[in-house]
Design a protein around this ligand. Structure first.
Ligand SMILES: [Zn+2]
Ligand SMILES: [Zn+2]
Length: 382
């Protein structure tokens, strides 16, 4: 089977459809009616409003029908001989257009929905990172964030002209910011609307340029922002400062500033959800006899009691000493996990003493069986 060039295959696929039917107009429709019908059909098929995958193919059919019927010469040939009458003429080649949007722009100059004037781009977002300590992530902190930001020039208030300086209407586009170019193709005229090359779409040309920004109306400035890091924030979370990003084109909104929080590790603590987890190493004798110790919390140090007979892996819970709920109520706990250190006994006398303890003072009742090792471990890492 011979392989057709893509363009030809596409034309053949649409060749059998009646152009008047495709546009939905009568055979005696006026030029204005044809144009109106085309715009209406094209709007329905625009990707902004029509997510249908077929929309692009249908738009090309509609565009082809319009190309033929909008040109009196090709329309006449079509009326007389149908598709046969157009044989030998090159079909409209949509292959030059990068995207569906480009194709639309070629027909409507980007104003298919009545948009006019240059499209002003909003400013870009900025992402900066700040590092806080573990304790600061639990209690909150303030940080000064310094960044280079594109901002409206303060000297000219973004106009690009010196105060009171001359600004003239662009001659090439007459202040519209757009120029239309008409090119005649085999299927009628192509109307393109483009951003005016003289004024870059501004519609005006600054004669007395602001010296501070060189007439661009924007310049890069070093800025500092005070950022409140809320209590309870976790590593990797971002704080958004609306409108603190780069300035947009004149009249367009600025971007946002995102501050990504990195929490530095702390040898004393780990985070587990809203809880702070810490480890408490104690001697085997302290575990046997009980003791009082001081443990660090994210606030101040706290005295806690270690009961006699405390097992390794047991948890001592300090209520409300964990992380606060971010932008909410309530607080997690601190879980202190006991780690009983078993000593090595090296001297003969020491060995004799421990043996004496084991044989004369400890029996089965000395050991609790209330909770096994694995149960405790499960509680430690929930
Ligand atoms: Zn300026
Ligand atoms: Zn212009």
């Amino acid at each position: 089977m011979p392989v057709l060039p893509a363009n030809l295959a596409r034309r053949m696929a649409t060749r059998n459809r009646d152009y008047y039917e495709t546009l939905g107009v009568a055979r005696n429709a006026s030029e204005a009616e044809i144009k109106k019908a085309f715009r209406a059909r094209a709007r329905e098929l625009h990707p902004d409003v029509n997510p249908d995958a077929e929309a692009e193919a249908r738009f090309k059919e509609v565009a082809e029908a319009y190309e033929v019927l909008s040109n009196p010469e090709t329309r006449q040939a079509y009326d007389r001989y149908g598709h046969e009458g157009l044989r030998g003429r090159p079909g409209p080649d949509f292959g030059d257009f990068g995207s569906f949007q480009d194709l639309f722009d070629a027909f409507f100059g980007g104003d298919v929905f009545g948009r006019r004037g240059p499209r002003r781009a909003p400013g870009d977002d900025i992402l900066v990172a700040v590092e806080v300590s573990f304790v600061e992530s639990a209690l909150g902190a303030g940080r000064e964030v310094r960044l280079e930001v594109v901002d409206a020039c303060e000297v000219c208030a973004g106009s690009g002209a010196t105060p009171g300086g001359r600004v003239e209407r662009c001659v090439q586009c007459g202040g519209q910011g757009q120029v239309r170019t008409v090119s005649r193709g085999p299927f009628g005229q192509f109307l393109r609307t483009e951003v005016c090359p003289s004024c870059g779409g501004e519609g005006q040309i600054v004669i007395d340029r602001c010296e501070a920004c060189g007439g661009r109306g924007r310049r890069v400035e070093g800025k500092a922002h005070e950022v409140r890091i809320p209590a309870g924030i976790a590593h990797g979370q971002r704080i958004r400062l609306t409108g603190r990003g780069h300035a947009g084109d004149r009249g367009a909104p600025p971007g946002d500033l995102y501050v990504e929080v990195r929490v530095a590790p702390d040898a004393r603590f780990e985070r587990d959800g809203l809880d702070v987890v810490s480890r408490l190493p104690i001697t085997v004798t302290d575990a046997m006899l009980g003791t009082e110790v001081t443990v660090p919390t994210v606030e101040e140090e706290q005295r806690i009691e270690v009961r006699p007979g405390t097992q390794s892996g047991e948890q001592i819970v300090l209520r409300g000493k964990g992380f606060p709920v971010l932008h909410g109520r309530g607080r997690g706990d601190q879980r202190v996990i006991v780690d009983v250190r078993i000593p090595r006994v090296t001297s003969e006398e020491g060995r004799a003493a421990v043996t004496d303890l084991a044989e004369r003072h400890l029996d089965e009742k000395s050991y609790r069986e209330d909770e096994g090792f694995f149960d405790r471990l499960r509680h430690a890492f929930r």
